[in-house]
Design a protein around this ligand. Structure first.
Ligand code: C2E
Ligand code: MG
Ligand code: MG
Ligand code: MG
Length: 279
């Protein structure tokens, strides 16, 4: 009796696993095709100066609308790409598309000063990354200072010489580096000042609680001072309310992004957003 139940249970478990991995496998294949056929999209979220509303730049965020399954979040497909060896291809696609878009805005006289893209820490294990970046910038006639690469704080754990070499080569191109989701990782701060980073992005979990939680305010304050003392710019993300913006300004923050200003938008909608503001 026991053995039979157990057997049945195992059978169910096994077949569920099989189904799941079959789904994952076909998703991996779909992602590979989507990257190859240029079916991913970038959305752009404005980064705004608090004092005068000036646009400092935009962050590009990848979007995948699956033909059958609908929208799949980047949190999910980035992990998938990491698992199945597509992360370098994804990183290259994002770089190429972001550079193409910024150059297109330039040509058409649209005032987008800079673009930030997200790269995964594993992209910094690709020795070809610096050359790819240099190539994209040259191809689109962009200055390196117009491109910022966001990487999550977990890179602070990676102190291998190979990783640091690639990071330094990227820095030497003149491209800027930003530490995304700052304050959530378990990073060693002593390592931070040795990395060629120019920006910290205060994680949105701190911003979320600013109005109600004194500890979030204290930590946001600490991140700003840390950034300032290392001469880094500090950007707050996930700003949804006027009250959050007010508190951030009181703390001394000058730049931020979030739904309060705009959600990430397809390029055409970002252009309308820009036009409606200058009107
Ligand atoms: P992230 O880089 O920290 O991006 C911020 C996330 O917060 C985005 O989610 C954005 O849509 C969302 N967001 C923006 N404003 C607000 C707000 O006011 N409130 C709230 N609640 N959320 C806001 P998204 O687009 O789903 O991206 C999630 C994460 O996926 C990103 O976090 C980034 O780590 C990763 N990601 C996105 N695009 C790419 C990419 O092209 N390559 C890589 N490697 N990672 C990417
Ligand atoms: Mg980011
Ligand atoms: Mg972030
Ligand atoms: Mg994030």
């Amino acid at each position: 009796q026991r053995a039979k139940t157990c057997g049945l249970g195992r059978f169910c478990f096994f077949s569920e696993e099989l189904q799941r991995s079959a789904l994952e496998l076909s998703l991996e294949e779909d992602l590979r095709i989507a990257i190859e056929r240029n079916q991913l999209r970038l959305h752009y979220q404005p980064q705004v100066c608090f004092s005068d509303g000036r646009l400092r730049g935009v962050e590009a965020l990848a979007r995948w609308s699956h033909p059958r399954l609908g929208d799949i979040s980047p949190a999910r497909f980035v992990v998938l790409a990491e698992q199945c060896g597509l992360i370098d291809a994804l990183g290259r696609w994002v770089l190429r598309e972001a550079c193409r878009q910024l150059a297109d805005w330039r040509r058409r006289g649209l005032a987008v000063p800079a673009i930030s893209i997200n790269l995964s820490p594993s992209n910094f294990h690709d020795p070809g990354l610096p050359a790819t970046i240099a190539h994209m910038l040259a191809q689109h006639g962009l200055r390196p200072g117009e491109l910022m690469l966001e990487i999550t704080e977990s890179v602070l754990m990676d102190t291998t010489p190979a990783f640091l070499k690639i990071l330094r080569e990227v820095h030497e191109l003149g491209v800027l580096l930003s530490m995304d989701d700052f304050g959530t990782g378990f990073s060693s701060l002593s390592h931070l000042h040795r990395l060629p980073v120019q920006e910290l992005k205060l994680d949105r979990s701190f911003v979320f609680d600013l109005e109600h939680d004194g500890a979030s305010r204290t930590l946001s304050d600490a991140v700003l001072h840390l950034g300032e003392s290392l001469q880094l710019s500090v950007v707050a993300e996930g700003i949804e309310t006027e009250a959050q913006r007010r508190i951030l300004m009181q703390l001394g923050y000058q730049v931020g992004q979030g739904y309060l200003f705009s959600a990430p938008l397809p390029s055409a909608e970002l252009e309308s957003w820009l036009a409606s503001r200058s009107a």
